[in-house]
Design a protein around this ligand. Sequence first.
Ligand SMILES: Nc1ncnc2c1ncn2[C@@H]1O[C@H](COP(=O)(O)OP(=O)(O)OP(=O)(O)O)[C@@H](O)[C@H]1O
Length: 623
Amino acid sequence: MAHFAKPQPYNSAVRIVDPAEQSDDTKPLPKRESPQRQCRNILIYGSCRFQDKGCIYYHPPSESTTDAAHPDSPAPPLSAQAVNAPVFVPKISFNPVPAASPTIFHSFSPPTSPTPYYSNHEEYDLYTQNQSTNGSSQPPEDVADEYQEHSLAYLSDHITQPDFDDHFTSLSNFYQPTQPPFVRQPLDYHLYTRPIPPAFTPSHFMSDSVREELQKRSEAAHSIPFPPYNLPDELQGYHSLVPLEQTPSDRRKFFSWFSTVYRATNANDGLAYTLRRVENFRLVHQAAFDAIEAWSRVQHPNIIRVREAFTTRAFNDNSLVVSYDYHPNSQTLFDLYLRPKQLAFPQSRFGGATNLAISEATLWSYIIQIASAIRAAHEAGLAVRMVDPTKILVTGKNRLRISSCGIVDVLIYDTRQDVTLVQQEDFVMFGRLLFALCCGSLTAMNTLPKALDVMTRMYSADVKTLALYLISKPSPHKSIAQVIEMIGKNRLLREMDETQISTDRLESELASELENGRLFRLLCKFGFINERPEFAREPRWSETGDRYIIKLFRDYVFHQVDENGNPAVDLLHVLSCLNKLDCGTDERIMLVSRDEQSCLVVSYKEVKSCIDTAFSDLSKASS
Ligand SMILES: Nc1ncnc2c1ncn2[C@@H]1O[C@H](COP(=O)(O)OP(=O)(O)OP(=O)(O)O)[C@@H](O)[C@H]1O
């Protein structure tokens, strides 16, 4: 048996009592076949067109029908059977309103103009209706006529009605619209736009490769590999220092000094930073820090951001410390391509054993990135002075970032220094780097003919021409603009295309995680509210009012069973329920108590408000 109730435009949950508890006057009416059952047309429209034409239902005297039809009178309590009715889901294609007659809207206002509208019952698609509500394949009996009534009632609530004034009404008899009335609803961007798979398929979560990369970075940012260290606990607002050197024994001098790199956490923002410490350095001119200030203003994707510099005695010496952004899980170009591997096979192109050979495409990408970084520095009136494979980091996939910028300016501070000359040195360092990468050896430039031979055999002539230009004598015409010219617009455009493709890929990865954050917050609220142990003995908390609705809703979302009573694990259902809850849609659902003795018909909007109220109660109590 199924009954359709017209959705209430506003109300809180409709409490449906157990039939056994009902008093005599509210006891459920006998079965539908009984003529004593009140005709629903009377309830909805105030009259029944078939009252004297064979309608088998009970038609009460006119007083009671007037009450029922009165717009201000409260809605009559629904019987349990009525609530057991399947939830009405309007079909988009269903159009019970005849296109030719806009006056049909009058039939949507039952109290003032009870014009019952009976459309052809064949229009009712029993199968679809039943599927959308019960999920069982058996259509309920005798629902078609009520479905039509209910559809109209529903449409009257949900379609924005034009203002039919008298003038319009009189015209409407003559006016024949060509299109059926259609009101565009605002798009709901909170809801999923594509069908959601029922299982936890990868398309709904970021790809494994991206996840792995990010996990590794996170691990690198938080791991403490070899505690404890003989390091200061705190250093100018930084704490939790961890050395980043892979092999502390393999120490090379940074100009005339030894340097050490640490990861440290800043107490102000809680983020990880890289601290490069130069041991036994005595600052003579405070003005040397001006360069750090200038570098801190340079923001470039291929330059590691300089944050601040200070001197300290926390390491029991005079140390200079420069702070940089931290890029977890990065490797230097030296470690990736140039560090000799003892067991490597086959032999490197330059004798000795080495790492990977760089493909021409990757090499050009590196050239473009480094040229771009140099250009940014030169435009800011600075020189990089650190175009060195041990100081260029590879982060992510082929992404280069020049580290340690600014530190040489402090170490070799000279007020008389001509910046143009130092900028010219950047080109030579860049050329050396190219030779080193092409030949797989840091010392490739020491035997230039051999290096050129390797370069000619392995790479295009353009690489060689560029490398030779870079190491050529300084000249006023030698500039980064010229270098970019030599790279050529085709390669630059290809790099730009690759970057955009990579952005698209990451955006689509991001989109697959789009909903997770807010759904996670919703689930957290559920977790906070449901089954709180401190309220376990207080049924008023969890078994009444808002919390009871939340509890039943939780069952509705997560504890569904199939027709055989087996748990239904359907992610589609969960996601769609949570999304509707988050938006607070007007769609109504029926929540059934676990003992199946009572049920509630509520809208997502109402459940949302219950959750918000219960959560804010808890938040207030916790503060
Ligand atoms: N900004 C940074 N973010 C993340 N890691 C970094 C950063 N700067 C340096 N590193 C890492 O720190 C490690 C040590 O860096 P680097 O080799 O420059 O230190 P160093 O003590 O000067 O070494 P060397 O003795 O070889 O000159 C490298 O593996 C590098 O990946």
